[in-house]
Design a protein around this ligand. Structure first.
Ligand code: ARG
Length: 398
């Protein structure tokens, strides 16, 4: 009997898939469910898989790996897609793919299956990652193959086949959640003109209902990675969890964008990412303080490319590793602290300091302490504007 390892969330789609792979395809189904910080108790998910007919169910807490190997590199790379999305979903996919590959080899599976639809980015990310890591594995994507078209048909399938799935009166939205944020789609959000209803949000309070008093936090970074909160040393995972909570209470991290998918369509996406928004903002402030102008501007070009690479599912590539090498070197100096003020949905940097600061008060000041050589400016400007002068003269024809 051929065996397949399925990325199993415990939801309707993947529960139907367990049964379908076993009965329609006659395969032995191994499931894998990952704790990526979606805040859901996963033990019952493994049990459900077995109940539906899986031959074995793997459940593992991969939060630390997710933070260390995916989230932090993307933070250092300032990777946000199309000016907003911190890539929570996109970063989770290569990790899940890597775990699937590991389990496939342990359990002797020749196939990997997932519950992605045929018009999303996630199928590309998982399959491109599997392709990079294990050329021997074949992929099965039941949602691209079977004839069921709606949730209702899947519920009917469950009823016909006695699949124990609690059919709750689900919200009309589709969610993908991990510790770096939530991606929200479907329902009324499909109309890009209609404002996201309050009940769509999972992690954040409405800025209107947030506390009337601002709160200030000090985030410490060591070489670009968050290492303390309000002076207390803490691992990045702990910091992210706390910032999601505090930021969420203050309504920080809501995003609403129309996005260009890799598969060619535009989609309206709503995101919540309190910790990601705060940590990105803080680190940019430290970079501004500690990086020279050329480094800052060059890094900006790479950031845009890095974000697109993550979005496009090209995580396991020499390009990503090369860009990581660049950012790791650049972040040798981004050690220091940033003061963030949260107030009714906003997150503002109100202070920054670092032993590596390039900012020099004596050069910047407009007081008598000024040491800047004003007289040197004249010669600098003369030479700086020389080409401007030549061009202008040429244009005038003299
Ligand atoms: N548009 C986002 C992305 O491509 C969110 C995808 C959400 N995925 C999901 N399976 N619900 O990364």
């Amino acid at each position: 009997m051929s065996k397949v390892v399925l990325a199993y969330s415990g939801g309707l789609d993947t529960s139907v898939i367990v049964h379908w792979l076993k009965h329609e395809r006659g395969m032995g189904v191994v499931t894998f469910s990952a704790d990526v910080g979606q805040g859901e108790y996963l033990e019952p998910v493994g049990e459900r898989a077995l109940e539906i007919g899986a031959v074995s169910a793997h459940v593992s807490d991969v939060r630390q790996t997710f933070v260390d190997e995916y989230v932090i590199p993307s933070l250092k790379a300032a990777a946000v897609y199309e000016e907003g999305y911190p890539l929570a979903t996109a970063l989770g996919r290569p990790l899940i793919a890597a775990e699937l590959v590991k389990i496939a080899h342990e359990e002797g599976c020749g196939f990997v299956a997932h519950g992605c639809t045929g018009k999303g980015n996630d199928q590309v990310r998982i399959e491109a990652s599997v392709a990079a890591l294990a050329s021997d594995l074949k992929v099965i994507a039941p949602l691209r193959e079977w004839s069921m078209k709606s949730r209702d048909e899947e519920i009917e399938y469950c009823e016909t086949h006695n699949i124990p799935i609690e059919v709750t009166r689900a919200k009309p939205y589709s969610y993908d959640r991990n510790l770096w944020g939530v991606s929200i789609e479907c329902g009324s959000l499909e109309d890009p003109w209609s404002a996201p209803p309050e009940d769509a949000y999972l992690m954040t309070r409405s800025p209107q209902d947030a506390p009337d008093e601002p709160v200030e936090l000090v985030v410490g970074y060591t070489k670009g990675a968050p290492t303390s909160l309000d002076g207390e040393e803490m691992g990045a995972l702990g910091i992210i969890n706390q910032l999601n909570k505090i930021g969420g209470d203050h309504g920080v991290g809501r995003l609403d964008q129309v996005e260009n998918r890799l598969v060619g369509i535009k989609s309206r996406e709503v995101y919540e990412a309190p910790a990601a928004v705060m940590l990105h903002r803080g680190l940019r402030a430290l970079e501004a303080l500690c990086w020279g102008r050329e480094l800052s501007h060059f890094a900006g070009i790479l950031s845009e490319r890095y974000a697109r690479l993550v979005y496009d599912g090209l995580w396991f590539t020499p390009l990503r590793e090369s860009m990581d090498a660049f950012f790791n070197r650049a972040h040798n100096v981004t050690t220091g602290e940033v003061r963030l003020r949260l107030y009714k949905g906003s997150c503002t940097v109100v202070g920054r300091r670092s032993p590596h600061a390039l900012y020099d008060m004596h050069l910047a000041t407009y007081t008598p302490e000024d040491t800047f050589d004003h007289s040197a400016a004249e010669g600098f400007i003369k030479i700086w504007s020389l080409p401007v002068k030549s061009e202008a003269r040429q244009a005038r024809g003299k």
